[in-house]
Design a protein around this ligand. Structure first.
Ligand SMILES: [Zn+2]
Length: 402
């Protein structure tokens, strides 16, 4: 048993404990007790000046394209950005997917990320480094889902046979690229398998107006697909959520990524179907997109992600939560801090994470404490102070750092 005493422990966004000791057995929290009740006989380790919180969980990212020169790419229309990305990817000299993943994880680790769900579009960008893994940062933990981009229904049989040869492992799942880039037959097969295995399907959904237009049979993305000899859709759908329902994905366990183009009624449909949303504020800002409807839907805020450096200036959970609060202040600092921690863990069905309380995993982000005594005051700083930096990578007692 370890007896760990930072100055302050933010158990969740509503509960701040001062002068308490975290009792940790193995990787799990046994109890949170007042220091005064513990007695002097126990070997308490002090961490003066430190605030500990549950580690941030980013529910969406890509570890590819870390060296993408995306700041100069045209992006008024999404189809333009896709053209820029494809042209850059065709060039020699960019980082390998593996090297990109290494740098992306180094950035996320220094920024204090505890877990990240990554769509893996390029083989090698899954955060597994073989013998080098020992030298890689221990956190964030990477949950890597190979991403399926397969708009042609002729590919369905091959893809499903491939998936059936390698059923998902515990904690695994599937990633579909988007409604416009995966055929209905393949999406239906993937969602059926996810139901059978009870694993998560993560899919970009309701990201921008061009996706909606393509589901209605028109627009710049339709033109881009046609120009590249890719097939269009097999039907038309008024809404990305209608498309999701049609292919059997409007149910748990599905994770909808982005959602910034969905209206309040569509977000409510997802919520009632127990489909969480992971929103990427940095990407939303990168594309200068209209204000999303999350705040008007009467729902809790979405979980947060950071996408990739092909559409974001940094991979940093604290920056994402600051941007989220700035873009949608109606939720308030505590709700946004909960979204970054507890919300991400819930969205990924990792209920042992996201809260520092008895029975949960002791995965801790260490931050400087500024003497706050109320959770509202503290969350205001955590979601508002651009100078705030972690004291080190996320850690678990007994493993690294503490
Ligand atoms: Zn993405």
């Amino acid at each position: 048993m370890q007896f760990l005493r930072p100055d302050a422990i933010l158990s969740d966004a509503e509960a701040l404990y001062l002068d308490h000791v975290l009792l940790v057995e193995g990787a799990h929290i046994a109890a949170l007790v007042p220091y005064a009740e513990l007695g002097r006989a126990y070997p308490v380790q002090r961490y003066p000046g430190e605030l500990w919180t549950a580690a941030p969980v980013l529910a969406h990212a890509h570890l590819e394209s870390h060296d993408a020169p995306s700041a100069r790419w045209r992006r008024e229309r999404f189809a333009e950005w896709v053209g820029e990305l494809l042209a850059w990817r065709a060039q020699a000299g960019r980082l390998s997917p593996r090297e990109s993943a290494w740098r992306a994880l180094a950035e996320l680790s220094a920024a204090g990320c505890g877990l990240v769900l990554a769509h893996v579009g390029e083989p090698g960008a899954d955060g597994r480094f073989g013998p080098q893994r020992q030298a890689a940062p221990r956190f964030p933990e990477v949950v890597a889902f190979p991403e399926i981009f397969a708009p042609d229904p002729a590919e369905t049989e091959d893809w499903l046979a491939r998936l059936d040869r390698r059923p998902p492992q515990a904690g695994g799942g599937y990633a579909l690229h988007a409604p416009y880039s995966v055929s209905e037959s393949l999406a239906t097969g993937v969602f059926a398998r996810a139901r059978a295995w009870s694993v998560l399907v993560s899919i970009h959904l309701g990201e921008h107006a061009e996706e909606r237009q393509m589901l209605q049979g028109a627009g710049p993305l339709s033109d881009l697909f046609a120009a590249r000899g890719r097939p269009g859709k097999s039907g038309t759908w008024r809404s990305p959520v209608d498309w999701l329902a049609a292919v059997g994905g409007l149910r748990a366990p599905t994770l909808a990524v982005h959602g910034g183009d969905l209206d309040a009624a569509e977000l409510d449909r997802l919520h009632r179907a127990k489909v969480p949303v992971a929103w990427c504020p940095g990407t939303h800002e990168y594309f200068n997109r209209p204000r999303p409807a999350f705040g008007g839907a009467g729902l809790p805020p979405p979980a947060l992600g950071c996408d990739s450096r092909a559409s974001n200036a940094a991979l940093d959970p604290l920056r994402e939560v600051r941007l989220a609060r700035r873009l949608l202040p109606e939720f308030g600092p505590q709700a946004w801090w909960a979204a970054l921690t507890h919300g991400g863990a819930q969205a990924l069905r990792r209920r042992e994470l996201g809260v520092l309380a008895a029975g949960r995993q002791a995965r801790v982000l260490r931050l400087p404490w500024s003497g706050e005594s109320a959770p509202a005051e503290l969350c205001d700083r955590l979601t508002g102070d651009a100078q705030l930096r972690p004291l080190g990578p996320v850690c678990e007692p007994g493993s690294n750092g503490i």
